[in-house]
Design a protein around this ligand. Sequence first.
Ligand SMILES: Cc1ncc(COP(=O)(O)O)c(C=O)c1O
Length: 468
Amino acid sequence: MNALHLPNAEFRSLAARVTDLAADLLAGLDELRAFPAVRAEQVARAFEAPLPEAGLRAGALDALDEVLALSRAPTPRFYGYVLGSGEPVAALADLLASVLNQNVTAWRSAPAAVTIERQIVRGLAGALGCPGFTGSLCGGGSMANLMGLAMAREARLPANESGAQPGVVYASSEVHMSIPKAMALLGLGRENLRLIGADESYRLDPQALRTAIAADRSAGRTPLAVVATSGTVNTGAIDPLAEIAALCREQQLWLHVDGAYGALAALAIPEQFTGLSAADSLSLDPHKWLYQPLDCGMLLFRSAHAARMAFSCTGDYAKSLAEDPLEAFAFFDESLELSRRFRALKLWLSLRYHGLAAFRSAIRTDLRHAQSLAELIRGTQTLELLAPVELSAVCFRYRWGEPGAAADRLNAAILRRLIERGRVYLSNATLRERFALRACFVNHRTTDHDVGQIVPEVLHAAREVLGG
Ligand SMILES: Cc1ncc(COP(=O)(O)O)c(C=O)c1O
């Protein structure tokens, strides 16, 4: 018997314990703090035991209670960053995906998984108003952005054989940090990312974009691509996609749309995403606004040929012998990844279980919650909004004289206090050099009642900071 053998009865019993833990966690979420009251030292001590030489058997699971206690639970009152809430049907699918352990490299190693992933990618593209787009799932928006820009580079300034040539990429000053990271990794260089000033609504200004492209051309540089963001990470601003797309067509630039935060909201409010289908490549993050458990990113593209130009480099051992085009299909020809988990199973099961209408409705609820919070903030004397609320991110601050270091310090202290209080979790953003408190609604568990607690909690934290 192999030393790792697990009798089936033991698997059932462990699985029952794990699902009980998960179900208890879900049942008690409303009572839990939005962030555990723990310090790093305590967490480090909890897990400092060396790895055992002899297995603990079922006793190994005893420590899971502590893992849960020292984790940030997916509560209804978590509004930090852009973090989806982890839909539980999808979580069950993740368990099965791990047991099935498909390597979703190519049809020949994972027939059902490859077929489901291709079907779900096409289906979501169609539902977002981008029919005919294909693509693949990946680890997240950062990976999707890297792959989108790799496609742009290979399509406009081929680099795969002899190395990167200089080229300029344009984006608004609100672009996500994964774009400069991709510029660096692709050998294009962060200095060749031209950050165009955003307008008062934090959107890329197409006129300023046109001017920047012309300036680079007349200085002898080569414009390569534009990254438009549909849902900036700070404020949820949607760049004017249709105008930017027209400019890209005129200037023959690749258009990559970073829709990691916002573009899935096109399922609910398509009218705000006009021009999305003009993208050459589009990043999405179902682990954000489709509430999927991490990880679940997606890159869509218009041309599978362009994806293959960027990524196909097949070693003989992986070459397919099939003649049927479906059976010969390999994701590694169109993606950076080779070994890939069966991410599509969670998305597919969760969408089948609830139906697209339920996801549209959950997104609409998030949008409504953001507007209600904005309204509640406007109703106070002491808080002020710092940006328009276009999607589900609300940036605001406690008023404290003129904007400046003192106001920033106070708001940072309020945020720390708020998180210590544990009822509500917000994160922060920097807007025009001002420190902002930021709530982002991509949480299917949040109720109207939860939203109603945010302003009182912030005011309470402010009183404690000012009083202390
Ligand atoms: C606009 C935008 N792009 C890209 C990303 C990166 O996504 P991920 O964290 O999945 O890599 C984020 C994350 O918040 C984002 O908001």
